[in-house]
Design a protein around this ligand. Sequence first.
Ligand code: ATR
Length: 285
Amino acid sequence: MTGSGTRCVAAVIGHPVAHSLSPRIHNHWLAAAGIDGCYRAIDVPPDRLGEAVAALRADGLQGWNVTVPHKTAILPLMDRLSPAARTMGAVNTVLCKADGTLSGFNTDGIGFLKHLNATVPHWPKDRAALVIGAGGAARAAAAALIDTDIPFLMLANRTEEKARGLAADIGRQRITTVAWDALSSAVTAAGLIVNTTTLGMTGQPPLPLDLSAAAPDCVVYDIVYAPLETPLLRDAAARGLAVVDGLGMLVHQAAAAFELWFGAAPVYDDALKSVLKSDLHKALA
Ligand code: ATR
């Protein structure tokens, strides 16, 4: 389904951006909400970012999404930043105000948590969460989780120094780092395990994680969505653990952006789910 109008009302900028699922998601919601306009993917090379932001500002869009590699580079081009964008040092959503000013938001953390709460509402909050990785996605997951009731957060990354840097940036108590070779032992203590690395993605080796010591109620969340069922999730499901896939995080962060731009919360319905699954299937074929 595409937006009914040809007027561009929102967009995503990135480089490359052709593979982005965001136009599918937002055009589905624009059509469902009866909004006359469409959402486009715009390829913006890094050396054209300033120029592209000036053009988008002049174009009268409600706003736009920002993806790799611009999420951090766009920070100084914003007139205002939300607390989440500031904490994460990254913007994934820009809102254009009527007076032409630009506000930078980050909806990745909200998307991460909303999808977790929607999929496994009673995930164990009385034990530690283990976040694996220390890139932008780890930052979003960690910043969202530290604001929940979990007693502490464990961060594990191949390059441990980056995990320590992330812990310091979030700047809260209740965060510890775990050495990469001690990853499996952290599993025992975890009520929630989150993979934010690229391991398990099509063409990458699986995440080397032994789940045999995981508690029976431990929830395993993989933010990789290509493939939708990663080796980690397959292993977790085979052990009877609750699993959360990465596609929903993408949709929920998009929903938070749509709501900022158009003032209405869109729905992740079965029609959208099947369109996205079919797109992923075709992309991986
Ligand atoms: P994103 O912003 O999407 O999170 P990123 O910043 O490129 O992506 O981060 C990728 C993550 O995957 C990092 O935590 C990276 O670990 P390093 O910091 O040690 O590079 C992790 N990663 C990528 N390939 C890996 C591998 N082969 N083994 C372990 N971790 C890997």
